[in-house]
Design a protein around this ligand. Sequence first.
Ligand code: FE
Length: 177
Amino acid sequence: MPIVDPLSADEKRMPYQLPFPKEAAHEIVVPKALPDDERVWVPQAEGVSFRPLCLNASSGYWMNLLRVRRAGILSRHRHTQPVHGWVLKGRWHYLEHDWVAEEGSYVYEPPGETHTLVVPEDCLEMITYFQVNGTMVYVDPYGKVMGFEDVFTKIDMCRRHYEAAGLGADFVDQFIR
Ligand code: FE
């Protein structure tokens, strides 16, 4: 049976005509997600930095590029909420799994998962786009809590770094929703 399309040709080309909900936040568009300015990368540990894209304080998650320029073990952590990752460059793996996330790979990390991130010796740089929901809890091999990160600790790190780097503490505000 043919589907009847009630819209005229003009209506099909028309932008949405109604106001957005007044509580809706503004969109974010980052023209250079991989920035030209090195100062946009926030140092996190020796050889490890992140580039914020969306720091969603109202929903408790963050989207960022994680960049690692050193080989070896980076962190052991547990997730309370799901994580989605897309490897843009290089590769990495977890001690707890036998797969390797390669350039172009998508990875889903379920809540309750605890893993130890490793970048191999022959990988000079890895960059992965991560959506991290909730809290990352840093643990020892037996689950003892060593620390945590959430969207609020990420925002704090950005503020401190951007202030020190000369971009101004409020540089981070464009990424916060
Ligand atoms: Fe993880």
